[in-house]
Design a protein around this ligand. Structure first.
Ligand SMILES: Cc1ncc(COP(=O)(O)O)c(C=O)c1O
Length: 439
């Protein structure tokens, strides 16, 4: 019998080579978990990505979110090349940087002042420092299952098995990495999301120590869970009452939910907010934006923020071109319509194959999980998802030419078409049949 050809033969060989030189064979931990092996990619254009074995995939990963206009967008790449020709990094101010900041100020409700960094992790770090500088308080409240980057002060409380996370009313913060100093666990109070009374009780008891409440406005990193009606408004009121900063981490919601982010869409204005990912279609730039009275600490140099590569020409040009293209093409609305249609079709596919799935999210991004639950409201709820089934589904999709993120989050881009949506749903139905056949 002739053996089955291996679709990933070259990636396997390259990964072996990579493990001899790159730690774990990758440059970001999350890439290490791709099955059956972390793939090597040769090129990507629009909604399609090509791997080193010659497999073309329709891509719903989109660089983990950033490629909102599709991969290698010609207009963005042209703007980058044109502007980089004048110089790459002046370590000084330049006109496009100013224009980009003015654009954010015009679009984002809380963006009275702006600072640019390279990554979402950095900008979140700066948001917390700014809140601490303003309030003179050290601690902050964060929520289970939210991801705010990989830095020490937020590298816990975003995961953990049911038996390790403690009781709802007083969760045990579970470290997501080795190497954390023990003091960081005292800096944050971790609470389940979407439960205003727990935040209220905590602030009533310890408000005087709390500099900030940081939240994703939609819990994109686990289950793509929307806030319960009144939850964000409630956080706003509580932060006002206790004098702490409300920080929205809009690294995923930014530019996907609308050009003004979740805050414009949901009508709740935070004191500080962080943007990244989709802002520059894949070029490394992030922004801390906020109300003047909070950002004044940064403006005056009390809360120090710096970075050699901040606001570099190619990244700023990419952001200006990306936001202009998003505005011109009314992209967020289109992504939402396409995404909602894909969610609908995936529900139909699941129904036809007898799979029990839950799809949650606003459309431009959404989560598909295997569970009998009708809805999930917080991280603890996501623990009921069948992760092994999801992993098998993601692999079955990849084998059929559809690339998904392993934890079940799907991203749409302006390059996706209605035909792509139909193809993804039909492929999902086929992939789900293989799951049903296994059990
Ligand atoms: C909500 C959120 N905040 C922050 C980050 C960290 O951003 P970066 O990976 O650019 O450091 C991420 C990354 O996925 C994210 O999803």
């Amino acid at each position: 019998v002739r053996p089955e050809p291996d679709r990933y033969e070259r990636s396997r060989a390259l990964y072996e080579r990579a493990c001899r030189v790159l730690a774990g064979g990758v440059s970001s931990e999350f890439r290490r978990h791709q099955r059956p092996v972390p793939l090597f990619y040769r090129s990507a254009r629009g909604a399609t990505i090509l791997d080193e074995d010659g497999n073309h995939s329709l891509d719903f990963t989109l660089s983990q979110g950033p490629a909102i206009l599709g991969h290698a967008h010609p207009g963005v790449n042209r703007a980058v090349a044109d502007y980089a020709r004048r110089g790459v990094c002046f370590a000084g101010q330049h006109l496009r940087e100013l224009e980009l900041a003015e654009t954010l100020q015009r679009l984002i409700p809380c963006a009275e002042l702006v600072r640019f960094s390279l990554s979402g992790s950095e900008a979140n770090h700066m948001a917390l420092r700014t809140a601490r500088a303003f309030t003179g308080r050290a601690r902050f409240i964060r929520f289970e299952g939210h991801y705010h980057g990989w830095f020490d002060n937020v590298a816990f409380g975003n995961g953990g098995a049911a038996e390790r996370i403690g009781p709802r009313e007083a969760p045990t913060p579970v470290a997501s990495t080795a190497g954390l100093p023990s003091r960081v666990f005292d800096e944050a109070i971790v609470l389940p999301w979407n439960d205003l009374s727990l935040v209220e009780d905590t602030l009533r008891g310890q408000g005087g120590e709390i500099a900030a409440v940081i939240t994703e406005p939609i819990m994109c990193n686990h289950g793509c869970i929307p806030p319960r009606p009144g939850f964000l408004e409630g956080l706003r009121a509580l932060c006002d009452r206790h004098g702490c900063a409300l920080i929205f981490d809009e690294v995923i919601t930014g530019f996907r939910l609308g050009l003004g982010g979740a805050q414009a869409r949901m009508g709740v204005t935070p004191d500080l907010a962080v943007f990244g990912k989709a802002m520059a279609n894949g070029y490394p730039i992030s922004a801390l934006v906020g109300r003047r009275r909070w950002m004044d600490r940064v403006a005056r140099g009390e809360a120090v923020h710096a970075g050699t590569l901040n606001g570099s020409n190619p990244c700023v040009a990419a952001a200006v071109a990306t936001i202009a293209a998003l505005e011109r093409g009314a992209v967020p609305g289109r992504l939402e319509r396409l995404g909602l249609e894909l969610m609908r079709r995936l529900r139909v596919a699941a129904g036809r194959t007898g799979e029990r799935v839950l799809l949650q999210g606003p459309g431009a991004m959404f989560h598909l999980g295997f569970t009998t639950a009708e809805r999930v409201d917080d991280y603890r709820g996501t623990l009921a998802y069948d992760r092994e089934r999801l992993a098998a589904f993601v692999l079955a999709m990849q084998d059929r030419g559809i690339r998904l993120i392993g934890r079940g989050l799907w991203y749409l881009s302006a390059a996706h078409t209605e035909r792509d949506v139909a193809r993804a749903a039909a492929t999902a139905e086929d992939a789900m049949r293989t799951l049903s056949a296994r059990t």
